[in-house]
Design a protein around this ligand. Structure first.
Ligand SMILES: [Zn+2]
Ligand SMILES: [Zn+2]
Length: 133
């Protein structure tokens, strides 16, 4: 599946790139360091810099999306379109919320600025149920 996506973007299909994408899919959201830990288990010689380079390339091609997390390293996810992220500042957990509609917000932003926005990133921050106890 990911080899096809890479080929469509005319990117070289490498085992590391496929592995990175499969791991992000499994984890949902992952930092560069998380990914380096996992990739290292299989491809022991891969450096953190190589992971960075690949991630930034995949973000540039819209295959991955960068998810900023307040006060922490950004996370990366497979690009599934705009959705709301719910984060916990205590444990750093990141959840997707596909139900909240961001379209009214974009419409309002377009109206107020006269610009035409096509993407929005919403990050909600608050203690998760685990950290609240
Ligand atoms: Zn938490
Ligand atoms: Zn997400």
């Amino acid at each position: 599946m990911y080899d096809k996506i890479l080929r469509e973007r005319e990117l070289k299909v490498t085992p590391q790139r496929i592995f990175i994408l499969e791991e992000i899919k499994k984890m949902g959201h992952a930092s560069v360091e998380d990914l380096h830990e996992r990739v290292k288990d299989v491809y022991s010689s891969v450096s953190l810099a190589t992971i960075y380079k690949n991630i930034h390339l995949l973000v540039g091609e819209d295959i991955l999306t960068e998810v900023p997390v307040h006060g922490r390293k950004p996370m990366y996810e497979i690009n599934i379109g705009d959705h709301v992220h719910i984060t916990c500042p205590h444990c750093g957990s990141v959840e997707d919320n596909m139900d909240m509609d961001t379209a009214p917000f974009i419409a309002e932003a377009n109206r107020q600025t006269g610009r035409k926005f096509d993407r929005v990133a919403v990050m909600l921050q608050g203690a998760c149920s685990k950290c609240n106890n």
